[in-house]
Design a protein around this ligand. Sequence first.
Ligand code: ZN
Length: 569
Amino acid sequence: MYEAGMELMPFFKNIKYVRPSVEEFTEVVREVRLKLMTSQDPDQAYEAIMEYEKQLSKFDTAFALCMILHDLDTSNEFYGDELEFFDEANAAVAELCSAVLTGILNCPCADKLREKYGDMIFKKAVNQKEIISKEVIEDLAKESSLENDYSQIQSEAEIMFRGKSLNLSQLSVYLEATNRKVRKEAHAALDSYYMSKKETFDKIYDDMVKIRTTIAKKLGFNTFTELGYKRMERYDYNAEDVRKFRDNVVKYIVPITTQIRKLQKERLEVDELMFYDLPSLFRKGNPTPIVPGEGYERVAGDFFHKIFGVDPSFFDVLSEHGFTDLLSRKAKSTGGYCMYLEDYAIPFIFMNGNGTADDVATIVHEGGHAYAAIKSAEVTPFIECLSPTLETCEIHSTSMEFLSYPFMDMFYGDKADQYRELHMTQALLFLPYGCMVDEYQHIVYDNPDMTPDERHAAWKSLEEKYQPGINYDENHPFHAMGGAWMKKDHIFTTPFYYIDYCLAHICALQLWDESREDMKSALAKYNILCGSGGTDTFLKLIAQAGLESPFDTGVMKRLAFSACQFLEL
Ligand code: ZN
């Protein structure tokens, strides 16, 4: 990051958006490919590649900037229109990048390049070649248009609740209301919304499964599952490893969640824990921060200063220069993310704080992503290798959530214990859910001819395995028939992504477990992982940082025990 004596760090508001030129990019790629074709000298080839990397960085930065500026003020139509430009431009640029990667693979001095600059970019090049080809370009467009259909319908959802028309995120507040009657009604409203969309979503998903299977077959795979793993760039584990991981979750985590539900039932003082009670973990509601929204920036800056012992913290610096926007307001997009502006080597943290229990975990989570981006900004000359694959990225963020526990008095005062309990409880409940989402997709794509009804039945039986003892009543026919998977956008829009969160949790929990004894050594490992960026594959990166494989049964067992002890179960 920008240090004393070096170039001054810009203010976000002074960064100007300029639409990148696809023509210019195309021209550069043409020249770079020509040079690569004939280059015998690795330094010369490297220089050519760097010209392309510069173009890619410029393009990526403009796209990221456009998204941020759009999301900060959706009423500004200019950036909305610019995003439409990127719809097409991104596809064109993806093809150009793919061409350069192939050029690197076929370069006469490829071996020398590999020796000098590492294998990772080559691994990515080979993978890229396997997942895309001219024959599937049209099918890919169809696939992405189906994804847009799903997202569009969800974003336009209007649900009548207590005389008001609400969207999905507005309704979600009522789903965890402390008043049981209110949350029961809210869940019923949600159930009938999805029931009304069932046929539409069934059709969209059926079309998706078919088109994805077609793409996979055209590319020479047996099923879309195989292609899905390639798309997620899983270089060092396969579907069998993931199956064993899920089995371990069933064996070691599900019994804990059953315990948690029992405790929850006692806490809520209900005769029977019903489906609509599940989000309410505490009778008086989940703990909320004592810091008002306007204070988030200052306290977050202070937290990162305390945990890393650097003053001012990276967060302070980002905040001072306008690279954070933490609070919800009108005409701002929903959600939270950390977006990296490559040309400036600065991340932007975007979120919608609204005074609820989620706020602080989100700040810390996105802060972890931002910290890793800064730490690894110079680790490789290849933009493709700056950031690791997604399960590793999620370790950066999820670990920070767990490592923040001892500091949470800063945000929660005397409710910090309750926050820690809530966070750990939610993490444990998440693991079986995440595995269920993953196994569901394996079933679906391994059996692409299933009917929609068969898919719902499959989900229902997975619920019995991963979330035993859910009680639906007559107000939730959609959920009772096994429809809940339709609520999860990842299942539609990013197939096979979900297990990454679970793998990340098991790695992050290792750091948490270690931090209870020795925060310093846990942070040292965390720093190694963040500093390595995407220079290697998942299992190698975590091994370098001194973490054990989440596929190791012993690791899961040990963490399950520690978590139980922590929650006094
Ligand atoms: Zn994340």
